[in-house]
Write a protein that binds this ligand. Structure first.
Ligand code: SF4
Length: 367
């Protein structure tokens, strides 16, 4: 069934375009803080904007040289008309890089609905109120654009569907607590990725089938190091394959395209907009949120629950959020006596040879 996930991811935009031809539009989003349920409840497919392998000549002309290659690649795809089918684009004030992405996109890439969502850097009652207003404004602006009323009933249905997808992903991910796990890190990413870009109903159906298959699977002995993979966006399985070929086995992650996407549910009772706002503000935090305590606790708990031998932090070059976080993370991991390797990588797979050498040397040094 893994082939099915691979194929679905490769043909992601074809599926979304087919749905569009049948009347269901699509809204692109950049950063996990965008509440997808709002667009789904309006009858649209929310999809994560991803980049592509290759040159980023156009984006380079519009962005500073120290912008991360993820943002560069996504923007290039926009300039290349790869996202011409989108009805909307929503970005977040995640970091300066995404803000510049939004500035350029909103000015030069014609998209009918465009919005920047402001997410506070702290979680408290004031920021919760502020963010609920932000989400309410987003909902109202999208209702006005689409001419469709986003009712509480529709939002509740979308919340249930997204919670179902999240709980299935958690269940599949948690099978990796076993030693040996029935699924590798590379396989898990293959299962996860289509969920970011396919109609949610389709992904849920695939996950349900896959979970059944997994329950009947017998894991083979595996003496590789149990690795916890941290970082932001990762949509190329090659980076996990390097770790797994070198003697590690990724049994847990804290990626934007992994656990940070599915760890928390939206409450199903009460005011749906308030519940969505709470979930997205308080969801598994990334280093943009302050203080770091909750995130470091989540990391420490995962290390214990998944019996982690070592941590690998993948930082996309020029990502100041994850780069600046390294000393904080290293200090916390030193206290737990867990070795960590930080890899600085491009969004594309350029320079994988060098990374392979560093990973192999790291594993050799800790075994
Ligand atoms: S990789 Fe870092 S700098 Fe780039 S968009 Fe993500 S958080 Fe921002």
């Amino acid at each position: 069934m893994l082939d099915e996930f691979r194929e679905a991811f490769d043909k992601r935009y074809e599926t979304v375009k087919e749905e569009k031809a049948n009347g269901k539009g699509a809204v692109g989003w950049m950063c996990n803080y965008v509440p997808e349920e709002i667009f789904h409840a309006a009858g649209y497919n929310p999809i994560r904007v991803l980049g592509k392998e290759g040159e980023t000549t156009m984006a380079d002309a519009y962005l500073y040289t120290n912008m991360c290659t993820l943002v560069r690649s996504c923007l290039e795809e926009g300039f290349n008309k790869g996202f011409d089918f989108l009805d909307g684009m929503v970005a977040v004030n995640t970091c300066d890089h995404v803000r510049r992405f939004y500035d350029v996109w909103s000015r030069y890439i014609p998209t009918p609905f465009i919005h920047e969502l402001f997410v506070p850097h702290k979680v408290n009652e004031h920021s919760e109120r502020f963010f609920t207003e932000e989400v309410t404004q987003l909902k109202e602006k999208f209702e006005e654009y689409s001419g469709k009323k986003i009712t509480d009933d529709k939002l509740s249905e979308s919340i249930k569907l997204y919670n179902r997808a999240r709980s299935l992903l958690r269940e599949i991910s948690e099978t990796r607590k076993a030693d040996p796990p029935p699924i590798t890190g590379e396989e898990f990413l293959e299962v996860m990725l289509p969920g970011l870009v396919l109609p949610k109903e389709k992904h849920v159906e695939m996950l349900e089938g896959y979970l059944q298959e997994l329950k009947g699977k017998k894991a083979e002995d595996d003496d590789r190091l149990r690795i916890y993979l941290l970082g932001s966006e990762l949509d190329n399985t090659e980076y996990i394959r390097i770790i797994e070929d070198a003697g590690g086995l990724v049994v847990a992650d804290d990626l934007c395209t992994g656990a940070k996407y599915f760890l928390d549910d939206v409450e199903e009772n009460g005011d749906p907009v308030a519940a969505i706002s709470r979930r997205y503000l308080k969801r598994a935090e990334c280093p943009r949120m302050r203080p770091a305590d909750t995130r470091l606790k989540r990391i420490a708990d995962t290390i214990e629950e998944y019996d982690i031998d070592a941590v690998v932090l993948e930082v996309i070059k020029f990502c100041n959020l994850y780069g600046e976080d390294y000393p904080i993370l290293k200090k916390a991991l030193d206290k737990l006596d867990v070795p960590v390797l930080m890899i600085s990588r491009e969004y594309s797979t350029a320079g994988v040879g060098q990374i392979r050498t560093r990973v192999e040397a790291f594993f050799e040094s800790i075994t």
